[in-house]
Design a protein around this ligand. Structure first.
Ligand SMILES: Cc1cc2nc3c(=O)[nH]c(=O)nc-3n(C[C@H](O)[C@H](O)[C@H](O)COP(=O)(O)OP(=O)(O)OC[C@H]3O[C@@H](n4cnc5c(N)ncnc54)[C@H](O)[C@@H]3O)c2cc1C
Length: 436
């Protein structure tokens, strides 16, 4: 094993997910040397490509929203093309089978939201009035609520009807926070609502990927970094980290020294990797209070002529929460992708059984032949549970030059691509400001 000393600024980033790659791009764009270590052979972490039967699928079906400003900026920055090459941008549109439809027309705010609620199908007039009353009341409070409330507490205090919660607020909460309303922090829910629904009209747009999630950002990000002299090493697991008097030591296949270190691994990996760094004890203690929620993605390959009426459709009273037509989105004819967020009864089913039940529920609604094959990908720790009063570690650690990046670090957002990207950028900017 060799040890190489770093005399000038050279940043090691451990973790090639969206947080780590955002930090790398930001630093490389300012000519700071970076080296990224990623344990997996494919970059992207929890939003990455998984090859199945020769098709580029994802480990999880993801969507982005227009409010993801930094994520979209990063994608544009590394791709060298406009966003439309890789993402389908749709005005906010919910079709939830069997009977709920909501569509925000391209009008300036707040008219887009007003029109979406007034013209929604499947809601009684009293429910539409309640939805508008809720938005108005939250707006007048600056989208702030009492600490410690769950989303269910908040919606009940605001006298939101059961049907409205079932059709709109509940699915929004589960999709955004990956946590059911009974457990989800009301303030985090309001942060998302405020940014997505009460922001400029474009913030409420849905962005559906036309390519897999490694190709969308982490891989072009790696190319961007390499073109500027940085190193990105997929398939290199960091096995040990040490804090030195004048920097940091990272051991993977070799041991190397760096001036700065950004640890960008998922929250449940931090203890194993950095448990030997005593200065991180407070952060590790916070992470012991975390618990996690799964996300299941079920891919069903039908004959190529099978399509759905829209690219993304929700379903009520079904195991299926959202189904995506990847023929329309990613040029994968006949491929339907189903997402099931948060914990639930589906976790008790064997994978074949789950795929079969999903197929039967889809086939009841849309006319479908038997699938040719199916694939279930269960991410058991997809995100942390966004429960009330959860303390999340800051990006700065108390050790000069040592940073934590990831969707779990302190942020108004739940665990999302945007919180991951923003955390990486925050670490990079701290290094840049320090060195300026
Ligand atoms: C199925 C699923 C669906 C989701 N849907 C959405 C969605 O629709 N919209 C949305 O915004 N967000 C969604 N999310 C959340 C989003 O994917 C995450 O918030 C985001 O990808 C987290 O990125 P990260 O960089 O913080 O962490 P990670 O993606 O976990 O990256 C950490 C990286 O560190 C690497 N690593 C770990 N240990 C080591 C080591 N010792 N050495 C080197 N490398 C190491 C890992 O391999 C990994 O690549 C979803 C997540 C899942 C799982």
């Amino acid at each position: 094993m060799t040890t190489t000393a770093a005399k000038t600024t050279h940043v090691a980033i451990v973790g090639g997910g969206w947080a780590g790659m955002s930090a790398a791009v930001e630093l490389a764009s300012r000519k700071i040397p970076v080296t990224v270590y990623e344990a997996a052979n494919t970059l992207g972490g929890r939003a990455r490509r998984v090859m199945t039967n020769g098709l580029a699928l994802d480990n999880g079906l993801h969507i982005l929203v227009g409010a993801y400003k930094e994520t979209l900026r990063m994608i544009r920055m590394v791709s060298g093309t406009g966003e439309s090459a890789n993402l389908l941008r749709l005005p906010l549109r919910f079709r939830v089978e069997p009977d709920f439809r909501m569509h925000a027309p391209r009008l300036p705010r707040p008219l887009h939201l007003f029109a979406a609620i007034v013209f929604a199908r499947g809601l009684a007039v009293s429910e539409k009035v309640a939805a508008m009353r809720f938005m108005q009341s939250m707006k007048s409070n600056g989208f702030r609520c009492e600490r410690g409330l769950t989303t269910t507490d908040l919606l009940q205090r605001q006298r939101q009807p059961h049907e409205l919660i079932e059709c709109l607020w509940g699915p929004l909460c589960i999709a955004a926070l990956n946590t059911i309303p009974d457990q989800a922090d009301a303030q985090v829910f309001l942060n998302v609502i405020s940014d997505c629904l009460a922001g400029p009209r474009a913030a409420s747009d849905l962005l559906l990927p036309k390519v897999d999630f490694s190709a969308l950002f982490p891989e072009p990000a790696a190319e961007y970094v390499r073109r500027r002299g940085g190193l990105v090493h997929p398939g290199q697991t960091a096995t040990s980290l040490r804090v030195l008097d004048d920097g940091f030591e990272v051991t993977a296949s070799h041991t190397r020294r760096y001036s700065h270190l950004i640890i960008a691994v998922g929250p449940h990996r931090l203890e194993k990797l950095a448990g030997n760094i005593p200065q991180l004890a407070p952060q590790l203690e916070m992470l012991r209070q975390f618990d996690y929620q799964p996300i299941y993605s079920v891919f069903l390959q039908y004959p190529a002529q099978v399509t759905l009426p829209e690219a993304m459709i929700g379903m009520r009273n079904s195991l299926v929460q959202w189904v995506f037509d990847r023929g329309r989105l990613c040029n994968q004819p006949g491929m339907l992708g189903v997402v099931i967020s948060a914990s639930g009864s589906h976790q008790a089913l064997a994978r074949d059984n789950l795929a079969q039940q999903i197929h039967e529920q889809l086939a009841q609604r849309f006319s479908l032949p038997e699938p040719l094959w199916s694939q279930v990908i269960a991410e058991k720790r997809a995100t942390f549970t966004a429960k009330p009063q959860l303390q999340r570690p800051a990006n700065l650690t108390g050790v000069p030059g040592l940073f934590l990046a990831g969707d779990y670090t302190s942020s108004p957002y739940p665990a999302t691509l945007e919180s991951a990207v923003r955390s990486g950028l925050a670490c990079a900017r701290s290094i840049l400001n320090f060195d300026d």
